[in-house]
Design a protein around this ligand. Structure first.
Ligand code: ES4
Ligand code: ZN
Length: 386
């Protein structure tokens, strides 16, 4: 269990000493983020305990979206930067968005405190420690290097810090992870290619490339050459098809048919296309759904619940936390519990979702069997039939 902070100020002696010693900033996480789901409420019920104890995997988490306000203050101070908010509460109160662009503006502004290799280390280690504390055995994490290159930070510092944190987290906490470089789709195609070229010498630290940020006017095909080059270098390919975006069905079609991606991030609007659903089933495609950000497809009639809809349509969905620091500091256990309540998930369906998650991993068959075995043991112990 992660120790809770006793002082409200993040600039207490302990944190300053920790920063000076370059120790992980995991203890700088807010109490709400550090508390496990099972600790919520006086008498945690079986479902919360079930979700907390279940072996899990996560694929749709933007590392920069795990940058908690508390850590922003620590890093800003360490890097001699001023923040436009007097304290953590005021900063968190500013996290108000109503759509993807208004969310992204806050998210990109927030990451400006990340300057040095150690900052990327601290960011990644804090997320991995949080994930390990929630029984996440394995995660593939996104990062947005173009935003950091723009601020003059070297790709080696970004990937180097995250890679060092991954190694330490595996050694100390047992959590395994890989890294996915995302192209920021609303920047130019040249900027994305420059990022890919800067990253390819470090490709042994990456498992794949992805596509995120503002979708309007930025279809997957804009990145056909980038995806082809990444594939030729041995990397996997995934793409966001965020919910209810302009031309989202065409974006899904391009991703699935033209680019033949290995996975889809979000993708809930596929429920509006029987043809694309048939293709996704045929291809055994996995979807990384984030119900905190995009739980319902808006169509002609009643909004459709994505989690329930995908399960009932026999699509392979996984459930993920996306940008937890900007979504009420809700990490995977809390996200799963909300989804369980909202979408009426049974324990059996929750196990099916995590089985999907281990099947979605870009890992060897041996590692996959090991993780699936852990999940089977869990299901047996809790009396849930496979
Ligand atoms: C994102 Cl939810 C979402 N969609 C697209 N791009 C993103 N970057 C961070 N979170
Ligand atoms: Zn995302």
């Amino acid at each position: 269990m992660i120790e809770l902070l006793r002082k409200s100020s993040m600039f207490n002696r302990r944190n300053l000493i920790r920063a000076a010693l370059s120790l992980p900033l995991v203890h700088a996480l807010p109490a709400s983020a550090a508390r496990s789901t099972s600790a919520r409420g006086a008498a945690p019920d079986r479902m919360a305990r079930f979700i907390a104890a279940m072996p899990k995997a996560e694929y749709h988490v933007h590392l920069e979206g795990t940058l908690e306000a508390e850590m922003k203050f620590v890093l800003a101070r360490r890097n001699g930067l001023a923040l436009p908010y007097p304290d953590v509460a005021a900063m968190k109160a500013s996290y108000k968005y109503h759509d993807l662009p208004s969310f992204l503006a806050i998210y990109y502004d927030g990451m400006k405190v990340l300057l040095r290799e150690q900052d990327f280390y601290d960011l990644a280690y804090a997320y991995l420690a949080k994930a390990a504390s929630q029984n996440i055995l394995y995660t593939e994490m996104f990062f947005d290097p173009q935003e950091h290159l723009k601020r003059g930070i070297a790709m080696e510092a970004v990937i180097g810090g995250i890679t060092r944190a991954r190694a330490d987290a595996e050694k100390r906490l047992g959590i395994q992870s890989q890294l996915i470089l995302c192209f920021v789709r609303d920047l130019s195609a040249d900027s994305a290619m420059a990022a890919l070229d800067a990253a390819l010498p470090l490709k042994q630290h990456l498992v794949g490339v992805g596509l995120d940020s503002d979708e309007k006017g930025n279809p997957p095909n804009k990145f056909a050459a980038h995806f082809a080059k990444a594939r030729a270098a041995g990397l996997k390919v995934t793409a966001h098809c965020d919910l209810n975006q302009e031309d989202v069905l065409e974006h899904l079609r391009q991703a699935i048919v033209d680019l033949k991606v290995d996975r889809i991030d979000h993708g809930g609007n596929i429920l509006q296309s029987p043809e694309l659903m048939a293709l996704a089933r045929q291809r055994n495609l996995f979807f990384t759904v984030c119900p905190s950000f995009s739980g319902r497809v808006r169509g002609e009639g009643q909004p459709i619940d994505v989690v329930r809809g995908m399960l009932d349509q026999g699509l392979n969905l996984t459930i993920n936390s996306d940008d937890p620091a900007y979504m009420g500091s809700e990490y995977l256990n809390a996200v799963l519990l909300s989804a369980q309540q909202r979408s009426g998930l049974t324990e059996r369906e929750l196990v099916r979702i995590e089985r999907n998650a281990f099947n979605a991993a870009w890992i060897s068959d041996e590692r996959r069997s090991h993780f699936l075995g852990r999940l089977d043991d869990f299901a047996r112990k809790w009396g849930v039939e496979a």
